[in-house]
Design a binder for this molecule. Structure first.
Ligand code: C2E
Ligand code: MG
Ligand code: MG
Ligand code: MG
Length: 283
């Protein structure tokens, strides 16, 4: 229910809506202070080889440790951060923190291929993303080929004229570029051919109902074939069951991430889990 007609025919907002607006303002105020108060944390979700279960990469996912509300997920605050212009600053912290963590893991002997970092639309729009990425790699000592920026199909298409040259410059740094949530946007195949991307991430909405849903199975198969024919890597998101993993593998998708393997976990948990796994492998 959005509006009620008042006694004199005026439309006025219901108390519920006012509460939501107040809540939003409060969150926005809190968000302004969150970086300085060090309230953001990155969690890391393993990406694995679907055949062997071996760790092949991690994706950094931001969370906000809100003082009263507990751990908030991106959908609760990224839209507010985007609308109020805070996302480039937060995104910079995310990129630096993720690269530093990945570099530490590499120094500590934790072997994984790449770290994926999600990039917001506002970051892609800004001219300084290339310099920021270059400087962050230099400052953290992370090899460029270990970083993969994730951009959604929608963001690229909304601003293709600016995005394509920028993505080209990013590629020239030697990093990977993944199209996130692939299949949910509107990229035409001719665009896709021109995009300097290295990987497609099959959106979890298609993975959810494979292998039983015939349409989703067909779409998933088509995305895998498309990636193959364009010589792109492909990874499935949201793999929750052994059946999904088996289907993907049989269709030629080697990589996956999802609750079947692990949710996103803290850096410490990932480090401990990896240490335990490699110890088990060596005995
Ligand atoms: P995404 O990049 O597509 O990330 C995948 C989301 O799916 C994550 O949610 C992850 O926790 C969740 N997920 C992983 N495995 C499974 C599974 O098996 N089943 C289901 N149902 N979900 C799974 P999360 O962390 O809530 O992030 C949601 C979205 O917020 C991300 O989608 C991404 O678009 C955005 N986001 C997350 N972290 C960042 C960030 O650091 N910067 C920016 N700009 N956006 C971010
Ligand atoms: Mg992502
Ligand atoms: Mg995704
Ligand atoms: Mg998503």
């Amino acid at each position: 229910q959005v509006k009620d007609k008042g006694r004199f025919g005026f439309a006025f907002y219901t108390p519920e809506l006012t509460l939501k607006a107040t809540e939003r303002v409060r969150l926005e105020n809190d968000l302004h202070k969150a970086l300085d108060l060090d309230q953001f944390v990155l969690h890391y979700q393993p990406q694995v080889d679907l055949g062997s279960g071996r760790l092949t990469g991690v994706e950094a996912l931001v969370r906000w440790a809100h003082p009263d509300k507990g751990l908030l997920y991106p959908s609760a605050f990224i839209p507010i951060a985007e609308e109020s212009g805070m996302m480039p600053r937060i995104g910079r912290w995310i990129l630096e923190t993720a690269c530093r963590q990945a570099s530490d893991w590499r120094d500590g002997g934790l072997a994984f291929g790449r770290i994926g970092v999600n990039i917001a639309a506002s970051q892609l729009r800004r001219g300084d993303l290339v310099a920021l990425t270059r400087d962050t790699l230099a400052a953290t000592g992370l090899p460029a080929e270990m970083l993969e920026l994730e951009v959604t199909e929608g963001f690229i298409m909304q601003q293709a004229a600016e995005a394509i040259p920028r993505l080209n410059e990013l590629r020239e740094l030697g990093i990977g570029i993944a199209i996130d949530d692939f299949g949910t946007g509107y990229s035409s195949l001719s665009y896709l051919k021109r995009l300097p991307v290295t990987r497609l991430k099959i959106d979890q909405s298609f993975v959810r109902d494979i292998p039983n849903d015939r349409d989703d199975a067909a779409i998933t198969r088509a995305i895998i074939a498309l990636a193959k024919s364009l010589s792109l890597d492909v990874i499935a998101e949201g793999v929750e069951t052994p059946d999904q993993a088996a289907f993907l593998l049989a269709e030629g998708c080697q990589r996956g991430q999802g609750f079947h393997f692990s949710a996103a976990v803290s850096a410490d948990t990932l480090t401990r889990g990896y240490a335990a796994a490699s110890q088990a492998a060596n005995t």
